[in-house]
Design a binder for this molecule. Structure first.
Ligand code: BG6
Ligand code: MG
Length: 229
């Protein structure tokens, strides 16, 4: 197990970790799914977390057994429609949508000279960070348009360490999605799962909410694991 002292950087997911935008993504997908006659379930909503726009659409069509009913051009139009729904929901977004404890945590990381990067699958992430007033903290971002594979593939979190000039073993990745935790783990970083610990059982450290994200809690969690091993 990695020691706390080895850690030099933190690689953040955005939606569901920095802001509660995963709720808006889900709402926008649900609008489209129901229009296409696909039943919306909590399980589907969970599986969509962290998944790129086109992969999400394919997952929804698969869930309804209608994946072969549409051409690529029609699918592009559906994805564009979902994004328009999503952006409408973000219309009034500002810093009040930042999740609890995140600003204090980021400031604490900066004060202690940790490096920060963003590993979000969302093409909207630069816009969202700006609206939240947090863009100055994330100069180092992975550009999701340059990725060959989406989460759970390790590519995005591996790149999250690379943009910081750090080794994966020197980084902690923070995620609210099962696919995201799997991406962190297979990139060789230490994973923190935010939310349902049953769904995120593969994470090295689980916190029920972002309010628990502090350097002290992370240190405590790691030290207790070292004692058990
Ligand atoms: C992830 C979200 O961060 O980004 C997913 O968890 C979303 O729900 C994905 O589908 C892609 O986002 P966008 O903004 O590029 O459609
Ligand atoms: Mg997320």
């Amino acid at each position: 197990m990695v020691k706390f002292e080895q850690i030099k950087g933190f690689v953040f997911d955005l939606d569901g970790v920095i802001a509660d935008t995963s709720v808006y993504h889900a709402k926008a997908w649900r609008q489209l799914a129901e229009k296409l006659g696909v039943t919306w379930t909590d399980d589907l909503a969970d599986r969509l977390k962290g998944i790129s726009r086109m992969d999400s659409l394919n997952m929804i069509l698969n869930a309804g057994g209608i994946e072969s009913n549409y051409t690529e051009t029609e699918k592009e139009l559906f994805a564009t429609e979902k994004n328009a729904n999503y952006l409408k929901l973000l219309k009034n977004m500002d810093s009040t949508e930042i999740l609890p404890g995140i600003v204090d945590f980021i400031r604490d990381l900066e004060e202690h000279n940790y490096k920060l990067s963003l590993a979000s699958a969302s093409k909207n992430s630069p816009f969202v960070l700006k609206r939240l007033g947090l863009d100055m903290y994330f100069k180092n971002k992975v550009d999701p348009t340059t990725l060959k594979h989406g989460k759970p593939d390790p590519e995005i979190f591996a790149r999250g360490a690379e943009v910081l000039n750090l080794k994966p073993s020197e980084c902690i990745g923070i995620e609210d999605a099962k696919a995201g935790v799997q991406s962190i783990n297979s990139a060789g970083e230490l994973s923190i799962g935010i939310g349902n610990a049953e769904i995120l059982s593969e994470a090295d450290i689980n916190f029920a909410s972002t309010g628990e994200l502090t350097l002290e809690n992370i240190k405590k969690a790691l030290n207790s694991q070292i004692n058990v091993d």
